[in-house]
Design a protein around this ligand. Structure first.
Ligand code: AMP
Ligand code: MG
Length: 488
């Protein structure tokens, strides 16, 4: 192994390892043979004071593949559990290792994690590795999510390992550096509740609340308030996913972050033609995580969190259950309000309530029946885009538009105000599946330009550029049988 000298870099802390040892394994990434940086996110590099690190330097490839580490880095893998498709399982970082915590220029703490960095004690039968394709996909999708202004983990680098990874066929391996407010999941609390002592659960709670919701400690019931904070973040997150047609695909409790960020870009995708039951993930055969189920699943996952917090909510179990149940009822109404409000904003009606549901439902039913393009339909309404598709000539569509115009008038909503609201709410650009595939195929061939261009465009998805050809973005035949894989 050559001696590598590293440029200076900010302090890497590991506050997580102040938790009892049952929460992590101190371990290092497994070195790879010929690491090469394929993608380097300049914005993140600058934010975390890696701006003088160069993509082409050997030291960068070594650090961000975990092959050679500077002195003083003390990486660890995290233990967690989770409900996967409804079934409780012990898990943990089986192919990811946390490098440590770094602060951005505003002094906020983020985890840096190598994903695809080799086996850990939590790997079970897995090889601890990830494919280049899956890591580039995560990079593309998470940057698109960030551009859409939806909370998400991000990526600093994708480093090709130069080693093959055996999946259904042999693929190129890669390590992605994921940047997250933390990697503490609903599943981390389930693990502490199910497998550890009350003291350990309490330690996790104190640590997590200090990091993500420090104000709860001055409240009368810190654990219950913490639950509420986490719930509200998920309400916001999932409402936003629904707004842009995002289907996470694998909303297991281990993939729900306490920080409220979108995490774990496996089989996720954005839908083209609208269907409430749209599923892309090849393993989600029953549609548990279908588009429209996401709101209910988020509540199911948060019930798992509530359950894990019970001993901290009240010493008396009955009281704790009562308090948690009341929060679950509140959660349902928060979701309802937030969801209806978002639906209203998509058609330029602010502060929509249940009274607006019939109008909204008839639009969604029309989209369902015609498989209208979800993104472009709202651009048509707004007058940004003139579609060629004949469905927009049908009387059912025209009648709905007429009713919508009348409803706006009745409420005294001016057209320009409605349009301004719609422009903020509806993206003109989502990462269309067929274009993501083209970008990935290029990356696999060693051509990184297409991905770079794709990411550049994803930075301003609410732009209404003059002459922009929206129909070009829609794949012929909608999503067809488009399938996504955990094939990680
Ligand atoms: P995911 O579906 O990516 O959320 O992963 C679920 C669990 O499987 C996590 O504990 C992962 O660490 C683990 N896992 C996924 N892929 C691998 C792999 N190739 N090797 C080892 N563990 C893995
Ligand atoms: Mg996961």
């Amino acid at each position: 192994m050559p001696t590598i000298s590293f440029p200076s870099y900010p302090t890497v802390e590991t506050s997580y390892t102040s938790l009892p040892e049952s929460f992590f394994q101190s371990t290092k990434p497994t070195p790879v043979s010929t690491p090469k940086v394929v993608f380097w996110n300049d914005t993140i590099a600058t934010e975390f004071q890696f701006d003088h690190w160069k993509k082409e330097e050997e030291s960068t490839a070594h650090f961000f593949s975990g092959t050679t580490l500077p002195e003083g880095i003390r990486p660890f893998a995290q233990a967690y559990a989770g409900h996967q498709f409804g079934h409780f399982t012990m898990l943990g970082d089986g192919r990811a290792i946390v490098m440590g915590e770094l602060q951005n220029r505003s002094g906020e703490r983020f985890d840096f994690q190598w994903k695809g960095s080799g086996r850990t004690k939590y790997s079970r039968n897995g090889d601890g590795r990830a494919t280049l394709s899956a890591m580039v996909r995560e990079y593309i999708m998470s940057e698109a999510m960030f551009g859409l202004q939806i909370p998400t983990t991000r990526s600093l680098a994708v480093v090709a390992t130069g080693e093959p990874v055996l999946r259904e066929e042999t693929q190129m391996g890669a390590v992605l550096t994921r940047v997250a407010r933390s990697h503490i999941r609903v599943g981390t609390f389930e693990y502490a509740y199910q497998a550890l002592s009350l003291e350990e659960l309490e330690a996790l709670f104190r640590y997590t609340a200090k990091r993500h919701a420090p104000d709860v400690f001055t409240e009368e019931n810190p654990a219950l308030t913490f639950l509420e904070v986490v719930m509200k973040r998920q309400v916001e997150l999932v409402t936003n996913w629904m707004r842009v047609g995002f289907i996470h695909g694998v909303m297991n409790t281990d993939n729900m972050s306490i920080s409220g960020e979108t995490i774990d870009y496996g089989p996720c995708a954005f839908m083209n033609g609208f269907s409430a039951r749209r599923v892309f993930s090849s393993i989600d055969v029953n549609g548990r995580y279908a588009y429209t189920n996401q709101v209910g699943i988020a509540q199911w996952n948060l019930a798992c969190l509530a359950n894990s917090l019970l001993p901290l909510i009240d010493k008396n179990q009955e009281t704790a259950v009562e308090l948690a149940k009341a929060k679950m009822t509140e959660l349902e109404s928060w979701f309802q309000q937030s969801y209806i409000r978002m639906l209203g904003e998509k058609i330029g009606i602010p502060n929509a309530t249940e009274q607006d549901l019939p109008l909204l439902q008839s639009l969604y039913q029309w989209m369902q029946d015609t498989e209208a393009d979800f993104t472009n339909t709202f651009l048509v309404l707004e007058g940004t885009f003139t579609p060629k598709d004949s469905i927009y000539q049908e009387s059912r569509w025209k009648d709905w538009v007429k009713t919508w115009q009348e409803e706006k008038k009745k409420r005294g909503i001016r057209d320009e105000d409605a349009i301004a609201l719609m422009r903020k709410t509806n993206p003109s650009l989502i990462p269309r599946n067929h274009l993501v595939e083209i970008a990935l195929a290029n990356a696999n061939q060693g051509n990184t330009n297409v991905v770079e261009q794709f990411i550049e465009r994803s930075k301003s998805p609410y732009n209404r550029e003059e002459g922009y050809d929206y129909s070009r973005e829609v794949p012929v035949g909608g999503d067809g049988n488009y399938r996504t894989f955990c094939g990680t």
